[in-house]
Design a protein around this ligand. Structure first.
Ligand code: NAD
Ligand code: DAU
Length: 351
């Protein structure tokens, strides 16, 4: 039986991953370490909280003692590191916490994994680890920077991050790589494109636009709305991570994407249509500083080498997602009460 430390399991992708793994593997154990920042929400996990295969620990990935204690108490053999500050706009106004959580937090986890999994922890030349252990870093296509009108990111594209968020994720990737190279720690890095689906915090494009449509609030489109993102349903991201855990070659990076490039304005129009609203709600606002123009993932490596394919079409995924937010208004209302209102005012009233 594998015991997986999932960090950030109360966030958007992490909570979907916890569900995915518990539903897929009857003999798995998951320990979810989450600090419950504004983005962490235990309501995402209500249905699994009394599952005997699931444990929640409230704590910070930067806290070495907590992380060490989890390794010791639960016999962790796999780490899937989601926990991060994840929103580009927040990284522009408050970069410090991104550097601290995303970079230092990754360092703490790697070091604890190395010490607990090493066959000879006091021998600096030891490159041997317990059988079957793996550390998987959940990274992002944003580490590659921005594309022009053509081309796609491959795993060998230069790292060229443009925002404090993406720079912090790139730094973390490089530390993971260093632990693989220097200590022989069994690591993988996955770099996924934009996710959408249930439980996404409505600071991100898709849930924000759905919420605003429902509330008849203007839809803030940055710049000309022609920036392109490559969208993937979150459950396909989860199955890709699972595939890399099972079959990924040690030390390798795998890009994850579903070939769904869309301009932001297309997404906004699709949501207007799906919620029965008209284009008079659209407001073009000041652009995000340093806004990456286009992302596109070449997924050849993971599809051909590991046999992963996404299940969702974009059309089906978006239809299901809009419906999920319409069906779960209580979840949305809870999430947007309190601090979200201040964030929204600060973020959009000046735009
Ligand atoms: P999210 O913001 O929804 O969730 C982040 C989670 O991490 C929250 O539960 C939060 O409480 C927790 N967290 C934050 N700081 C912590 C700390 N110091 N200690 C412990 N827990 C902490 O993020 P998400 O969108 O689910 O993204 C998860 C991961 O996937 C991130 O690493 C992100 O970079 C990566 N990623 C996201 C996307 C996307 O489209 N959302 C795409 C590719 C990669
Ligand atoms: O590409 C993967 C990345 O996708 C992840 O690493 C990040 O964690 C995740 O937040 C996401 O980053 P983006 O910046 O692409 O996502 P966001 O939802 O913030 O914005 C998507 C696009 O929509 C982007 O071009 C900015 C634009 N946008 C966003 C918001 C919130 C708007 O035009 N208006 C908005 O109000």
């Amino acid at each position: 039986m594998h015991t997986i430390l999932v960090t950030g399991g109360a966030g958007f992708i992490g909570s979907n991953f916890v569900h995915y793994m518990l539903n897929t593997y009857p003999d798995i154990r998951i320990v979810n370490l989450d600090a419950l920042t504004y983005a962490g929400n235990l309501e995402n996990l209500r249905d699994v909280e009394s599952d005997a295969h699931y444990v929640f620990v409230k704590g910070d990935v930067r806290d070495k003692e907590t992380v060490d204690r989890i390794f010791e108490n639960y016999g962790i053999d796999t780490v899937v590191h989601f926990a991060a500050e994840s929103h580009v706009d927040r990284s522009i106004t408050h970069p410090e916490v991104f550097l601290s959580t995303n970079i230092l937090g990754t360092g703490v986890l790697l070091d604890s994994a190395k010490r607990h999994w090493s066959l000879r922890p006091d021998d600096k030349y030891c490159r041997e680890y317990q059988d079957g252990v793996k550390y998987l870093q959940v990274s992002t296509d944003e580490v590659y920077g921005a594309l022009g009108k053509t081309g796609m990111f491959t795993e060998t594209s230069p790292l060229s991050p443009n925002s404090p968020y993406s720079a912090s994720k790139t730094s973390a990737d490089l530390i993971v790589r260093a632990y693989g190279e220097t200590y022989g720690l069994p690591v993988n890095i996955t770099r996924c494109s934009n996710n959408y689906g249930p439980y996404q915090f409505p600071e991100k494009l898709i849930p924000l636009m759905i919420h605003n449509c429902v509330q008849n609030i203007p839809l803030p489109v940055y710049g000309d709305g022609m920036q392109i993102r490559d969208w993937l349903h979150v459950s396909d991201h989860c199955s890709a991570i699972d595939t890399v855990l099972q079959k990924g070659r040690i030390g390798e990076v795998y890009n994850i994407g579903g070939n769904n490039e869309k301009a932001n304005i297309e997404i906004v129009r699709l949501i207007l249509h799906a919620t029965g609203k008209d284009e008079s709600l659209i407001r073009y606002v000041k652009d995000r500083p340093g806004h990456d123009r286009r992302y596109a993932i070449d997924n050849t490596k993971i599809t051909t080498e590991l046999g992963w394919t996404p299940k969702y079409t974009f059309e089906q995924g978006m239809a299901d997602t809009v419906q999920w937010y319409l069906n779960n208004t209580a979840w949305v209302e809870h999430v947007v009460s309190g601090a979200y209102q201040n964030y929204y005012k600060e973020m959009y009233e000046k735009a």
